[in-house]
Structures are given as C-alpha cells and as structure tokens.
Write a protein that binds this ligand. Structure first.
Ligand code: SF4
Length: 290
C-alpha cells in the first residue's frame, strides 16, 4: 500500500496535507462523489475490516467498580509530559471545584443512543450551540478506528487525509475531515487521553472568550472515565460511542494507550450519518455567518 501522495507530483509525501475544499461544494453532490470514489477504491484495495460486529458489553462489571477513582489515578500517574498538570494549574481552584461538582453526579453526561452529551441537555441544544458565532469546534477521532492500512500510522496524531490515496478514500475519518468547514474548528486524531486532554486545555486557555465545543469518538469506557475532566473545563459537546473491538476493561485500555490495539473499532453506519449531519449543520451555520 502506498504512503501519502503529493497530489501534483504523485511522489510519496510523509506530512500532514491541507484539507481540500469539499466543504465548499454542494453537500449532496460532494457526498455522492465521495461514496463513488470509495466504492472504486474498495474494489481495487479492499481494507481489512471486521468480518462480523462483535457483541461486547461497553464496560465489564469488574472495570465499572470504582471507575472514577481509576480514571483519576490514570490521569495523574500517566501524565508523563505534565500536559494535564500544567493545564490544571492555570486555574487550580476553579477547576478543582468544577471537577468535584461533576464527580459528585452519578453520570457526567446524558445519553442519547450512541451520543453522550456533556454540558448540554439535549442534541437539539448542542445543534443550537453549533451556530454560536463565538464558538470553536474540536472534532476528534480516536486512533483505534483508523484503518489498519492507514498511511499515517494508526497510533499517531497524524492524518494525511489524502484524497488520492485508496485507503483515505474509504476512511470515514478522512471523509469527515474533508467535509468540515475549517472556519473556527480543528480536527484532531487522538492517540492517548493525555494528548486530547492537553489539546483541550490549550484551546480553552488560548480562546478564553470563545465557547469550546467538541465532537469526539471514543469507547464507552473512555466516555465514562473522563467525562468529569471535560466538565471541569466547562466545555460542551458530544462523545460518539465506538462499536466493534472496543476496550471494555482497564487492561485493554492501558494497552491501547500504549498503541497496542490489535482490534478495530467502528462508528456504526447510522451514527456516522448523524455525525455527518452535525458537520453539515455546522457548515451551514458558518456559511450563513460569512
Ligand atoms: S484519512 Fe484515514 S486512512 Fe487516511 S491518513 Fe487519515 S486516518 Fe489514515
């Protein structure tokens, strides 16, 4: 399988590529074009996927025990680059109080199917927030649903989303990246919980007057474990539940955080559609403001 291409020279290029302007095109046409390209690529280079969707419980009973404590311990003890500590020390009293308030609740989120809602009471409320001209959107994808053949590597914060590459042409992450209007938004590819935690602190502190919104894909275990940390910095958003070969024990989670993830996770088709609807809505609202 080739590595990322440079569009003009067709020479392999091992760096992040800029997004193409699909988001400027008419949505239905662009989506149709994307699906047709994906079909052709699949015939030529079929990707290794899940043959059957495994029926796995989201979090095992043993793992669910004292989960808040386990997540706190993980966050503190594996903060090797001190990203979380440094971010926390910006406003230690404010963050400590908000963390305790969130941790005192049984659940740090409200659930709507595969969508876990943080800081908002309904999907409709979040859709309204997407239109806030003062908002900044973080769209994040966990590395575990990158294809095995990903030219940027799976356990990596890189994604070349190369429109000419047969793997990227079939990849939902690539599709979402190209379709999102980059205005007041960023797309992240998430190798570890500390990586995304550090990035969220970075945006919260860089844009103190903006409302930080997020849409992030993750396993149910991660969505449960780290919701209090998101609430601590008062961001609003949606955790999109992954299916497939998810991590549902602390052992699997710990290995995955080191890049050991032999299984593939997936966003279910119906959920992909809902996620694309949110991107479309965001684009429409950005266009109306332009
Ligand atoms: S678009 Fe998908 S396959 Fe291509 S580099 Fe990004 S994650 Fe990997």
């Amino acid at each position: 399988m080739p590595s990322c291409y440079d569009k003009e020279s067709e020479k392999p290029k091992d760096k992040k590529m800029s997004r193409l302007n699909i988001w400027k095109e008419e949505w239905d046409e662009a989506e149709k074009g994307w699906e047709e390209r994906a079909k052709v690529a699949k015939e030529k280079y079929p990707l290794k996927g899940l043959k059957v969707l495994p029926q796995m419980t989201g979090i095992t009973v043993e793992t669910a025990r004292h989960l808040k404590w386990k997540s706190f311990k993980w966050m503190v003890m594996h903060d090797d680059e001190r990203e979380i500590l440094k971010g926390f020390l910006h406003y230690p009293f404010k963050y400590f109080k908000a963390f305790l308030k969130s941790a005192a609740q049984t659940k740090p989120y409200q659930r709507n199917g595969d969508f876990f809602l943080y800081g908002v009471n309904s999907l409709e409320e979040f859709e309204g927030e997407l239109g806030d001209p003062n908002s900044f959107l973080v769209l994040g994808f966990s590395y575990c649903h990158k294809p095995f053949e990903c030219p940027s590597g799976r356990f990596s914060s890189e994604c070349c989303h190369d429109l000419n590459h047969p793997v990227c042409q079939q990849c939902f992450i690539g599709k979402a990246t190209h379709f999102l209007n980059p205005h007041q938004s960023v797309v992240l590819y998430i190798p570890t919980i500390h990586y995304i935690g550090g990035k969220i602190f970075e945006y919260v502190h860089r844009y103190p007057d903006k409302k930080i919104l997020f849409i992030i894909t993750a396993c149910e275990l991660t969505l449960e474990m780290f919701g209090d940390w998101g609430n601590m910095v008062n961001i609003q958003g949606i955790g999109v539940r992954l299916d497939g070969r998810i991590c549902n024990t602390m052992e699997a989670f710990a290995l995955s955080e080191k890049g050991i993830k032999p299984g593939l996770t997936v966003v279910l088709d119906e959920t992909k559609k809902k996620l694309m609807d949110l991107i479309r809505l965001r684009n429409r609202m950005c266009a109306e403001r332009a």
